[in-house]
Write a protein that binds this ligand. Structure first.
Ligand SMILES: Nc1ncnc2c1ncn2[C@@H]1O[C@H](COP(=O)(O)OP(=O)(O)OP(=O)(O)O)[C@@H](O)[C@H]1O
Ligand SMILES: [Mg+2]
Length: 251
C-alpha cells in the first residue's frame, strides 16, 4: 500500500469577504512538497487575496489554512515566515541605498533568533557564508558592493528573490515575479527558480500574468475566476481547457 504524502500547505474552503463582496469564495487547494504551483486568473479574481490569506497578511472570513498538517489559520505573518513560508511582493522590497551584500545581510539577520539561528547552530555557517552562498547562487558576486538602486530592474528583482530565499524557506510565494522584467532576465529568473526548486527542494507558488512564463515553469496550475476555482491541472490541460480559454486565455 502506498503511503499518502503529507501536503506542505493546505487551504480548506477558504473565503474572504470585503463588505458585500466575496473576493475568495470557498477555495480548497493543496501544495505538495517540491511542487511549482501557478495561480492565474483575470484581474480581480481573488489571486492576491488568496495569497494574503495563505501568508497571514489577511484574515480569512471562513475556512482553514494548514502547514504540514498543522492549523495556521490565525497565525501571524512573521510566525508563518519562521515556520518556513517566505514571499516576495509585486513591488520590490530591497533597500535602494544599501549594497547588494548589505541587503542580503539584512534579510538574513531579520530572521536571527528563529530559522536562521537554528540553521547556524546546525553548522550551516554564519550570516556571511549565507550571503556569499546567495551571491554565488544568484550570480550577483560582481555586484556585491553596488548599491541596489544602481542595478537594472531585473537584477533588483533577482536580489529581492535572493533576500526571500536566504533564510532557506520550505515554500516561497512569488507575486508576479516576471512583471516588468526583460525577456533575457526572465530566462535567467526562470533558471534560478527552477534551480532553487530542484537543488534546495523549495516549493514555489506564483501568481503571474505572463502565460509563457507560467506555462513553462509550473508543474500545476489553478485558475481563479470571481473568487472560485474555475479549473486546475497541468499547463497543457489548462491551455486546452475551453472554459479557461473563454474566461481568461481567449482573445
Ligand atoms: N482591501 C480590499 N478592500 C476591498 N476590496 C478589496 C480589497 N482587496 C481586494 N478587494 C477586491 O477583491 C477582489 C479580488 O481582488 P484581488 O486583488 O485579490 O484580485 P487579483 O486576482 O489579485 O487581481 P489582479 O490580477 O488585478 O492583481 C476585487 O474585486 C478587489 O476589488
Ligand atoms: Mg493581484
Amino acid at each position: 500500500m502506498s503511503e499518502a504524502i503529507q501536503p506542505l500547505l493546505e487551504v480548506d474552503n477558504l473565503s474572504r469577504r470585503f463588505g458585500p463582496q466575496l473576493a475568495v469564495d470557498g477555495v480548497s487547494l493543496a501544495v505538495q512538497p517540491g511542487e511549482i504551483l501557478g495561480v492565474i486568473g483575470p484581474n480581480g479574481s481573488g489571486k492576491s487575496t488568496l495569497f494574503n490569506c495563505m501568508l497571514g497578511q489577511l484574515a480569512p472570513s471562513a475556512g482553514e489554512v494548514r502547514l504540514s498538517g498543522r492549523k495556521i489559520t490565525t497565525m501571524g505573518a512573521a510566525d508563518r515566515c519562521h515556520q518556513g513560508m517566505a514571499r516576495t511582493f509585486q513591488l520590490l522590497q530591497t533597500f535602494p541605498g544599501l549594497t547588494v551584500a548589505q541587503n542580503l545581510r539584512v534579510a538574513a539577520q531579520e530572521h536571527q533568533g528563529s530559522m536562521l539561528s537554528r540553521l547556524l547552530r546546525g553548522g550551516w555557517g554564519g550570516t556571511e557564508r549565507a550571503v556569499q552562498r546567495s551571491l554565488a547562487f544568484f550570480k550577483l558576486e560582481h555586484l556585491a558592493h553596488e548599491r541596489a538602486e544602481a542595478l537594472s530592474y531585473g537584477q533588483q528583482k533577482l536580489l529581492d528573490i535572493a533576500m526571500a530565499l536566504i533564510v532557506e524557506p520550505r515554500i516561497l510565494f512569488l507575486d508576479e515575479p516576471a512583471g516588468g522584467v526583460t525577456p533575457q532576465m526572465i530566462a535567467q529568473l526562470k533558471a534560478l527558480l527552477l534551480a532553487a526548486n530542484r537543488e534546495r527542494g523549495v516549493s514555489l507558488v506564483l501568481v503571474e500574468h505572463n502565460m509563457d512564463f507560467v506555462m513553462s515553469i509550473c508543474t500545476r496550475i489553478v485558475v481563479l475566476a470571481a473568487g472560485r476555482i474555475l479549473a486546475q491541472g497541468t499547463p497543457q490541460q489548462i491551455l486546452h481547457n475551453p472554459t479557461v480559454i473563454e474566461a481568461y486565455l481567449g482573445g
